[in-house]
Design a protein around this ligand. Structure first.
Ligand code: ARG
Length: 468
């Protein structure tokens, strides 16, 4: 095959509805059905927990707007990776992609897959804890099914995103309506003295933010696929504003409903809030909430896959990953090698992984890199004011979000240092050590070339080009 004449492009197929669905669909996933009790137990009081949910929505919105500027100034796919490459340079970008591909993306996929599995098996083990093996097998099944779908077609993946989005909106609407009805019946006793027993120490606040921000994570999803978006300069900021305000509003109302129906104590001791809520309000129809929560997380997993594969793909294109990962299928135009790689690593993480610790380490690593990316935006605003900016935010926004990010990374370490955070930091830094022999000096290229040719024929893929 003549590789010069046969360069492939990923197509610009995603319009505003797809764009909003990608953001909202990735954000709404496992979190809103699991985190509320962790936020509440960390922070202690319902009133303070509402404050946290509101602040996190605000942080996500401001972060999203800053990223919208980045996405239009640097119109390439790949989000943090490409922004760091263009601002902080190759070594930092490589450190990111290294941590992202080996830890963050598979960890978030695995976390979500585990909660899909928890909700899928919950109705079969009424009230008791299901065996870990069953949960992990179901989680692995979900990962594999979505990997296959994402390799087969962009359209199908987008369709899943849209359908699952409808289901999760419906589920949240049911929860909100149920809550409103009860509120009107006068069930307001859980909101009296709502700030009593608030824990005001740095580490409780930090952990509450980590758990809550997990539910909001995914606000940057669209930046991973800017090149596949129609008119990104208009659709990117618009989709950010629509999706994030929608999600924030829904999350706040859902929390009101949870607390209307359950006392703070009941909420804190429930392992799957949506199921407890369902059993209390819908009685024997409670299992419906379990199905809806599972499907919601399934859609979120799909979004994670869709955007996660794109990062390998962009990094490989820049020479930071083996070439094979930058190729797309010759007919289907999906970046299947990158997707397969992410799947394999996710399955490996699944073996030892547990949901709680995954969320904390994920948030720590994610906010570490969000901070570097936002500094990059500040750098561009100050040093390169002449760059064309189809969309721009006031400089105070990146400063505020950067301060929040620094607090989030430092709070859990300073107040309650745990050795694991040191390991995570060392892992991130070790990316720089890998960089020198393998990327800078390109050690062992011969072996890679042979492997690339073999895989290229086997997977029917060819190099893809930028789509600017
Ligand atoms: N917010 C999602 C949830 O509640 C998790 C998102 C994980 N991160 C991501 N970039 N996909 O399940």
């Amino acid at each position: 095959m003549e590789s010069d004449t046969q360069r492939l492009n990923l197509k610009r197929e995603i319009g505003i509805i797809g764009a909003v669905s990608f953001i909202a669909g990735t954000m709404i996933g496992s979190g809103i059905f699991i985190s509320p009790q962790y936020v509440l137990s960390a922070i202690g009081s319902p009133g303070a927990s509402f404050v946290i949910w509101t602040c996190c929505g605000l942080i996500a919105m401001l972060g999203g707007l800053c990223y919208a500027e980045l996405g239009t100034v640097i119109p390439e796919s790949g989000a943090e990776y490409i922004y760091m490459l263009r601002t902080a340079g190759k070594v930092v970008a490589f450190m990111f992609v290294f941590s992202f591909i080996i830890v963050m993306r598979p960890a978030s996929a695995t976390g979500i897959a585990l909660s899909v599995a928890e909700y899928v098996v919950a109705p079969f083990y009424n009230g008791c804890t299901p065996p870990q093996l069953v949960v992990k097998l179901v989680a692995a099944g979900a990962i594999i099914v979505l990997a296959i779908v994402n390799c087969l077609s962009v359209r199908l993946a987008t369709a899943i995103q849209v359908v699952s989005m409808a289901i999760k909106l419906l589920a949240l609407a049911v929860i909100i309506l149920g809550g409103v009805v009860m509120l009107f019946e006068g069930r307001t006793e859980n909101f009296e003295n709502s700030f009593e027993e608030t824990n005001v120490n740095v580490s409780s606040i930090g952990i509450a933010f980590y758990q809550c921000l997990w539910s909001y994570d995914g606000w940057n999803t669209l930046n991973f696929l800017t090149e596949e978006l129609k008119h990104p300069e208009v659709n990117l900021p618009r989709a950010v504003v629509i999706a994030i305000s929608l999600v924030t509003g829904l999350y706040l109302l859902v929390n009101v409903s949870y607390l209307t129906v359950m006392t703070p104590k009941e909420l804190m001791s429930s392992s799957a809030v949506a199921v407890t809520w369902g059993n209390k309000v819908l009685g024997s129809w409670g299992w419906i909430m379990s199905v809806a929560a599972a499907l919601s997380a399934f859609g979120s997993l799909n979004g994670t896959f869709f955007s996660g594969g794109r990062v390998c793909f962009v990094a490989a294109r820049e020479g930071h990953m083996p070439d094979i990962l930058a190729m797309a299928h010759v007919h289907r135009l999906t970046p299947s090698p990158a997707l397969i790689f992410t799947t394999v690593v996710s399955l490996l993480v699944l073996i030892p992984g547990d949901f709680q610790s995954i969320v904390n380490f994920f948030s720590f690593t994610a906010w570490f890199f969000y901070a570097i990316t936002l500094s990059g935006l500040l750098y561009l605003k100050i040093k390169k004011p002449e760059l064309p900016r189809p969309y721009t935010v006031p400089i105070i926004l990146p400063i505020l979000v950067l301060m929040a990010a620094i607090f989030l990374v430092l709070a859990p370490i300073i107040d309650n240092p745990q050795i694991e955070y040191l390991y995570v930091t060392l892992f991130i830094l070790s990316g720089a050590i890998v960089y020198i022999p393998f990327i800078h000096y390109k050690l062992c290229p011969g072996l890679l070339t042979k492997l690339t040719v073999f895989l290229q024929l086997f997977l029917e893929v060819a190099p893809a080009e930028k789509n600017l």
